[in-house]
Design a protein. Structure first.
Length: 478
């Protein structure tokens, strides 16, 4: 008796000690507070609050974005990921409820002569307290039909934490979809403006080619008249060939940009409708940056990282609950008889109810590893959240400074291009009067071509920086 008590006491001591759970706390580096403003004073407005349709005024660009939001393959794939996480939520919710199954079974048994059941059945058949229909046959049939149930009582919120993790991951994936929409819209807009800029460069180089052909013809005539040399003809011809090469390069770039847009739109190669001819006169989109705190509510990647922290925290809590006892209930209700003609009789109703509690005692390596894994994931999600916030702040700051610098660069480059174009015209007039050489014409024209290309490039970079700032602020998914 004393030995039995000792065994029971040791078992209870081991069981209670097994219920000790590890700590969910972890050490991190000091968190830097988010600045209250960017390097320049905050704006009272925030362009991220605008829908993309209100931000982008170009109807042709809006039509391309509309098509992408319906047919983009990455978005279609993301919809299926959302369906996967939605199914995981249903799965987690289902674990909180009892499992009930229905079924029927048929079997036959024969008990050994020298077994407890065999001897008992033999004696029972000679009893005067049973009817002939209750006698036990040597080959005993067993008929059953009914329902069976099992239910894990969520005492320590393990299942509810798993459900919370599934819900948070679904919401995080939803924010991931918003982030994808933002990136798709920004990619289309940037490539669209690249195309418009390339069109303008192509028109400019073709106009230049026409002028260079005329100048080359003039130089050839002057050579025949003895006023010029073969060297001048060759140099003018080389400049024309360079312009023709630039034309082919631009056509190739236009082809690449069109194919990129078509790919984003989920379609095969076809011409892309776009605005023609007024790129340099198009005003840069006005962007208001708001305050750094607005990033937390507007940027989908920050909200996604925040929800991933919530999911990771729930995973840690669920993994911690695995160290605690689990309570299970089970039962069966149905009809059971060894004679099928009595299977629907009220006297054949059978049921059982069973409750059990269990806890890990020995070799908890697997659940400890799972807990360590979930805790490391939580810390990783925490650092990722900090990284995303820092990245968002830096992106806004960089693009804001870039927009300011690019505007100054554009103003200076526009003056340079205008003066160089005037220099080309003056050099041509002076050449006709013998007061300038053909080299001055070539040099000024080459500089004018370079300046105009750079002017168009700066304009394109202005649009690019504006779109990137809009995306960095968290705009584009509404």
């Amino acid at each position: 008796m004393n030995l039995a008590r000792l065994v029971v006491i040791l078992f209870l001591f081991g069981w209670i000690s097994s219920c000790k759970t590890p700590s969910t706390l972890f050490k991190t580096n000091p968190v830097q507070p988010l600045p209250t403003q960017f390097t320049t004073p905050n704006d009272s407005l925030n362009s991220a609050d605008l829908t993309w349709r209100a931000f982008f005024k170009d109807d042709l660009l809006s039509a391309l974005i509309d098509t992408a939001l319906v047919h983009n393959l990455d978005l279609l794939k993301m919809q299926q990921r959302l369906a996967v996480f939605d199914a995981q939520i249903l799965q987690a919710q289902g674990r909180l409820k009892p499992f009930v199954t229905g079924g029927a079974s048929v079997g036959v048994r024969r008990f050994g002569k020298y077994t407890m059941d065999g001897v008992g059945n033999f004696d029972t058949n000679f009893s005067t307290n049973i009817t002939p229909s209750q006698r036990v046959a040597e080959f005993l049939p067993d008929f059953f039909w009914g329902v069976q149930s099992s239910w894990e009582i969520d005492v320590y919120r393990k299942l509810r934490n798993q459900r919370q993790a599934a819900i948070s991951r679904y919401l995080a994936t939803l924010e991931g979809r918003n982030l994808l929409v933002t990136n798709i819209i920004a990619d289309i807009a940037n490539t669209y403006y690249d195309l418009v800029a390339a069109d303008l460069e192509l028109n400019f180089i073709r106009e230049t080619i026409v002028l260079q052909r005329a100048q080359l013809d003039l130089i050839k005539l002057e050579k025949e008249a003895g006023r010029s040399t073969e060297l001048a003809v060759q140099q003018f011809d080389a400049q024309l060939l360079n312009a023709l090469s630039l034309e082919k390069e631009l056509l190739q770039q236009i082809n690449f940009d069109e194919n990129r847009i078509n790919f984003i739109l989920g379609r095969f190669s076809q011409p892309v409708q776009r605005t023609k001819g007024s790129f340099l006169q198009t005003s840069i989109l006005q962007v208001y940056k708001g305050s750094p705190a607005d990033l937390l509510k507007n940027r989908p990647d920050i909200r996604q990282a925040e929800l991933n922290i919530v999911a990771a925290k729930a995973d840690v809590a669920a993994a911690r609950a695995a160290f605690l006892p689990s309570l299970n209930l089970g039962g069966t209700l149905g009809f059971q008889a060894f004679n099928p003609k009595f299977i629907l009789s009220p006297q054949s109703i059978a049921f059982n109810i069973l409750g059990g509690i269990s806890a890990p005692l020995v070799n908890k390596t697997a659940i400890q590893a799972e807990f360590n894994f979930r805790k490391a994931e939580q810390l990783d999600a925490f650092y990722h959240y900090q990284q995303v916030i820092l990245n968002g702040y830096v992106e806004v700051h960089n693009q804001w400074v870039s927009i300011d610098n690019l505007q100054q660069m554009y103003d200076l480059k526009a003056q340079e291009a205008q003066k160089l174009q005037s220099a080309v015209e003056i050099a041509s007039q002076l050449y006709l009067t013998g007061r300038a050489t053909y080299l001055e014409i070539l040099l000024n024209r080459q500089n004018a071509i370079r300046a105009n290309f750079e002017l168009i490039e700066i304009k394109q970079r202005q649009f690019d920086a504006t779109v990137k700032l809009y995306r960095a602020l968290g705009g584009g998914w509404r």
